[in-house]
Design a protein around this ligand. Structure first.
Ligand code: GUN
Ligand code: FE
Length: 486
C-alpha cells in the first residue's frame, strides 16, 4: 500500500508520455501511455504491473488489470501535456560517486590523479571520521542527486566503517536505491589515512553484516570497495576477492585512469600481466564488479573484462577535469562490454548524470577528431540517445540490475523522473512556433523550423538541469518533488 495525502491506494497510475532507451541508440517514445504501479502487497510494492500505450482511459486500464480492486483503491495522475514538454524518463543511475568528496566539487586546481588524491581528497575523506560532519555531507549528497534525477547511486564513502553504515542508513531513510562501500586501503596512503589489512577486512565484514541484518532494505546493498590497486596489498585484494565470491557481493574499484598510476601498478605488482590482471588474480572480477574509468586498457585487458562480465563506469567529467584521458566508449561497446556513467564526484565537479551524459557526448567528439578515417570518425561519436542509454539502462547492466531498473517494463521497479521543460524557472526555451511539428515535413525555408520529440529531448539533454526534474520516484515512492503534482 502507498499512502498519498491520507489515502491508501493499491494501484497508482501515471498517464502521459513515457520515454526510455531500452536498447543502445534507440529512443522509445510511448505517447498517451498509462503505466500502473502496484502497492497491493509488500512483495510487488513499487513494481510496474501494466503499460498501455495510446490509452484513452487510464482508470479503466487499472480495473482491467485487476478487476478485484475498487475505484477507491486506484489513484490516477494525469500528466498529459499537448505541448510535449513533460515526460517520464527512467531515473538516472550514477555508477561511480564518492559521497565523502562532495564538499570538494569544483575544487581540483591544476592537479592530476595522484597529486589530487594527496592534496585535496585524502584530507577531506579523513575529516569525515567525525560522523556529525559525515551526516551533513551525506544527507546533502543524497538530496542533491535525487534532485538531479539520480534514483540509483554506487557510492564510495571513507575508510571508516561507521561512515559507510551511516551512508547506507541515510540512503534507506531518504529513499535512494544505492550500493554503498567502505573504502579499503592498507598501504600507500598518508599516515593519517590508512588502515591495517585486518581492520580493512573486518570493517568490510562488519559493514556487510550491518546491511544484511540491521538495515535490511533490499534497495540498499553493500559493495566491497578496494580503492585501487596501489593502496591495497595483495593479501587484502585476495581476501576481498574471496569474500566477494563467498557472499556473492558487488565490488567496485578504479582501473586504468592515469598513466602514472598504471606505471605505479606495474612496479607494485610485477607478477601480474596488466593492471586488470591484478584484480583478476585476486578474484575480484565478476558480473557484479564496477570498474571506474578504464581509459588506457590494452586489448588483453578489454578481453579480460568482457570474459568476466564486469562493467565499466565512464566518468567523462572527471577524466577531463583531472586530465586523465578519454575512455573509448564506442570501441568498448562494440566488444559488448557493459558501460554506464559515473559522476565521479569530486574528480568530476558535478553530481548530475545529465551533465555526465552531455560530457560523454563531447568526449566522443574529441576522440572522433583524432580519427583519420571518416567512417571511423563518424562511428566514434555517441548520439544523444546513446548517452541517455548509458545513464540509465547501461548503468543498470553495469551493476547487474538490468532486470529490475533502467527502463519502463512490466515487472521492473518504478524508478523514474518527471521531466518538465516548461517549469517557471526552466533553462530550456522552446518557442510556441517550434512545437508540435515534425521537422521532416518542413522543407520550405520560409517556414520557421518545427522540432519533433528528438529535438525536444536534445534541448533537454544540452540545456536542461535539475530545474526540469519535477519529481523523482524510487520503487514507486516519491523521493523528491520541486512542485506538487496536483
Ligand atoms: N583512484 C583512487 N582513488 C580515487 C578517487 O577517489 N577518485 C578517482 N577519480 N580516482 C581514484
Ligand atoms: Fe572515483
Amino acid at each position: 500500500m502507498v499512502e498519498l495525502k491520507e489515502q491508501v491506494y493499491k494501484i497508482v497510475v501515471y498517464y502521459g508520455n513515457f520515454i526510455d532507451t531500452p536498447k543502445l541508440g534507440a529512443l522509445r517514445v510511448r505517447e498517451s501511455c498509462a503505466l500502473g504501479v502496484s502497492f497491493a502487497s509488500d512483495k510487488d510494492s513499487g513494481t510496474i504491473v501494466f503499460i498501455k500505450e495510446g490509452s484513452k482511459d487510464p482508470l479503466k486500464d487499472a480495473l482491467e488489470y485487476d478487476p478485484s480492486v475498487t475505484l477507491r483503491d486506484i489513484k490516477v495522475f494525469d500528466l498529459t501535456d499537448p505541448t510535449g514538454q513533460r515526460f517520464m524518463f527512467p531515473g538516472f543511475i550514477d555508477t561511480h560517486i564518492h559521497s565523502s568528496q562532495y564538499p570538494n566539487c569544483g575544487i581540483f586546481g591544476n592537479s592530476t590523479l595522484l597529486d589530487w588524491l594527496e592534496t585535496y581528497t585524502f584530507p577531506l575523506e579523513a575529516s569525515l571520521n567525525d560522523l556529525e560532519i559525515a551526516n551533513t555531507v551525506y544527507s546533502k549528497v543524497i538530496e542533491r542527486t535525487l534532485k538531479c534525477g539520480t534514483t540509483t547511486a554506487v557510492y564510495y564513502t571513507t575508510i571508516d566503517t561507521e561512515s559507510a553504515k551511516l551512508m547506507g542508513t541515510l540512503c534507506s531513510k531518504l529513499g535512494q536505491r544505492a550500493l554503498v562501500g567502505k573504502v579499503c586501503m592498507d598501504q600507500n596512503g598518508p599516515e593519517y589515512y590508512v588502515e591495517s589489512t585486518k581492520d580493512s577486512l573486518d570493517g568490510c565484514k562488519d559493514m556487510v553484516s550491518f546491511f544484511e541484518n540491521d538495515l535490511n532494505d533490499d534497495k540498499v546493498l553493500p559493495i566491497l570497495t578496494p580503492r585501487f590497486a596501489p593502496t591495497c596489498s595483495r593479501e587484502l585484494l585476495h581476501d576481498l576477492g574471496t569474500l566477494a565470491s563467498q557472499k556473492d557481493l558487488h565490488v567496485q574499484t578504479h582501473l586504468s585512469e592515469n598513466t602514472a598510476e598504471i606505471s605505479w601498478v606495474k612496479s607494485l605488482f610485477p607478477e601480474c600481466s596488466s593492471y586488470t590482471d591484478v584484480y583478476n588474480q585476486a578474484g575480484l572480477l565478476s558480473r557484479k564488479t564496477v570498474l571506474a574509468h578504464c581509459i588506457h586498457l590494452s586489448e588483453d585487458e578489454e578481453d579480460l573484462i568482457k570474459t568476466t562480465g564486469s562493467g565499466i563506469s565512464h566518468c567523462p567529467v572527471s577524466n577531463s577535469s583531472l586530465t586523465s584521458g578519454e575512455c573509448r566508449v564506442r570501441h568498448l561497446l562494440e566488444k559488448d562490454i557493459s558501460i554506464g556513467l559515473g559522476s565521479d564526484v569530486s574528480g568530476g565537479y558535478s553530481p548530475s548524470i545529465l551533465v555526465a551524459a552531455r560530457h560523454a557526448h563531447l568526449t566522443s567528439r574529441h576522440l572522433a577528431m583524432k580519427c583519420s578515417n571518416e567512417k571511423e570518425k563518424d562511428n566514434t561519436k555517441l548520439s544523444v540517445a546513446e548517452c541517455l542509454y548509458l545513464g540509465t539502462m547501461g548503468g543498470a547492466s553495469v551493476i547487474d540490475l538490468q532486470d529490475r531498473i533502467g527502463s519502463f517494463e512490466v515487472g521492473k521497479q518504478f524508478d523514474a523522473q518527471l521531466i518538465n521543460l516548461s517549469t517557471a524557472d526552466s533553462n530550456v526555451d522552446i518557442f510556441e512556433w517550434q512545437r508540435l511539428g515534425d521537422l521532416r515535413k518542413f522543407n520550405n525555408i520560409t517556414q520557421p523550423p518545427k522540432i519533433n520529440i528528438d529535438g525536444i529531448i536534445s534541448k533537454w539533454f544540452f540545456n536542461g538541469d535539475d530545474r526540469n526534474v519535477q519529481c523523482t520516484w524510487v520503487a514507486g515512492h516519491m523521493v523528491n518533488s520541486r512542485q506538487e503534482l496536483f
